[in-house]
Ligand binder design. Structure first.
Ligand SMILES: [Ca+2]
Ligand SMILES: [Ca+2]
Ligand SMILES: [Ca+2]
Length: 176
């Protein structure tokens, strides 16, 4: 089953998070302020290699979004953001960002994380225990209790692109 417009509503939510100063448009400072907030939430030092990479993805996101805005305005509207997010941009920017969070959680580097590690990495450990268990069961597609990088890649794509209300990727939005 799909719900028409669900992916639009999820993108609007992501836009609201990006608009750090809440003025209804996203500018370059919003993008990098948003990344600083993520880095702080995940305890990544501002001068760590991961932090530098996150800001490079911020630059790419900004470039992709701002180039397409009519009239050369260096501001992104909500409608512009919703329209411009596509599979290519998700794979270029959001999938590698989430892979980096995954790699931080995957301390032994075997490409698998436990549910608890993943919850921490995605900042959804504030969810209630039953919600969290249900969420992670959906992310863990083969049910072995571990989440693979491929599970997370798929969930990241679903977050932006899927209209399925049951898609595991919807969980990455968290409960807020
Ligand atoms: Ca703004
Ligand atoms: Ca591991
Ligand atoms: Ca699994």
């Amino acid at each position: 089953m799909t719900t028409a417009g669900l992916s639009v509503r999820k993108r609007e939510k992501m836009f609201a998070r990006l608009d750090r100063d809440g003025d209804g448009v996203v500018d370059e400072d919003d993008v990098h302020d948003h990344i600083d907030l993520l880095l702080a939430a995940f305890g990544i030092a501002a001068d760590a290699p991961e932090a530098v990479r996150f800001h490079l993805w911020g630059d790419q996101l900004w470039e992709a979004l701002s180039r397409a805005e009519p009239g050369g305005r260096r501001l992104i509207s909500k409608a512009g953001y919703v329209h411009l997010i596509d599979a290519e941009l998700v794979d270029r920017v959001y999938v590698p960002m989430n892979r980096t969070l995954f790699a931080i959680a995957d301390a032994d580097g075997d490409g698998l994380v436990t549910r608890a590690e993943l919850a921490k990495a995605l900042g959804i450990d504030g969810m209630s225990e039953p919600d969290l268990n249900a969420a992670l069961q959906r992310l863990d597609r083969d049910g072995d209790g571990l989440i693979s990088r491929a599970d997370l890649d798929q969930a990241t794509r679903e977050l932006f692109l899927s209209d399925d209300p049951e898609a595991a990727g919807n969980l990455l939005l968290g409960s807020s």
